[in-house]
Ligand binder design. Structure first.
Ligand code: 5GP
Length: 191
């Protein structure tokens, strides 16, 4: 595993991105500060309610863990697993449901926790899946938003950071299933 705290990281030799370099995009400290702000806003807005926090696997697992631990309201958790990227760094254009939620969300306040919104395709799929179950409310939080490319017909409720249209890894996000453990967020270095 590459060093976790340097400003530049090289991808492992075993990776299909071997030799490419990553440069820091958002530091661990800035992420933690922003996650706390998001949690404070959600705790304020959902005071007296008991939302079900639904993490979108795999990428959101670290964000989800940090976010829920910073909440000071009662909540439940569940997960949904989707796939749109496969092994590439560009969306396949098709969203596949790999694992559905297990909780009954009818009549509940649902908060969907995404790592990143790129084209917005996954988000549209998630909204359709949640709405069909008749929840009281559906709220979307995403740590990252690629505002330039996202094509959304509804606004995200909470966004951590707007980022440029570059592939990022770390803090739960992968490059071909690797690099999820990096504490900060990194972007592929342009040559
Ligand atoms: P969308 O459907 O909005 O195009 O893409 C959403 C999903 O694609 C995210 O949940 C994430 O899994 C993946 N994704 C989009 N952009 C990136 C990126 O820059 N880095 C990584 N690692 N995954 C991304």
């Amino acid at each position: 595993m590459a060093a976790l705290s340097t400003s530049e990281v090289e991808l492992p030799a075993s990776s299909r991105f071997a030799g490419q370099k990553l440069e820091i995009s958002i530091t661990e400290d800035d992420i933690h500060r922003r996650v706390k702000e998001l949690a404070d806003a959600i705790s304020h807005d959902f005071r007296g309610k008991q939302p079900i926090m639904i993490g979108v696997l795999n990428g959101s697992f670290i964000f989800m863990a940090d976010l829920v631990r910073a909440l000071d309201i009662d909540f439940e958790v569940d997960f949904i697993k989707l796939s749109s990227y496969g092994k590439d760094t560009a969306t396949s254009g098709t969203v596949r449901l790999l694992k559905d939620i297990s909780a009954d969300i009818t009549g509940r306040d649902v908060i969907v926790v995404e790592d990143i919104v790129d084209t917005g395709l996954t988000l549209k799929f998630l909204r359709a899946r949640m709405t069909e179950a008749g929840p009281t409310s559906v709220t979307f939080v995403s740590l990252l938003l690629k505002e330039e490319v996202a094509n959304l017909d509804f606004p995200l409720d909470y966004v951590g950071f707007n980022i440029p249209n570059r592939f990022v890894v770390g803090y739960g996000l992968d490059a071909d299933q690797k690099m999820r453990g990096l504490g900060s967020l990194y972007a592929f270095k342009e040559n």
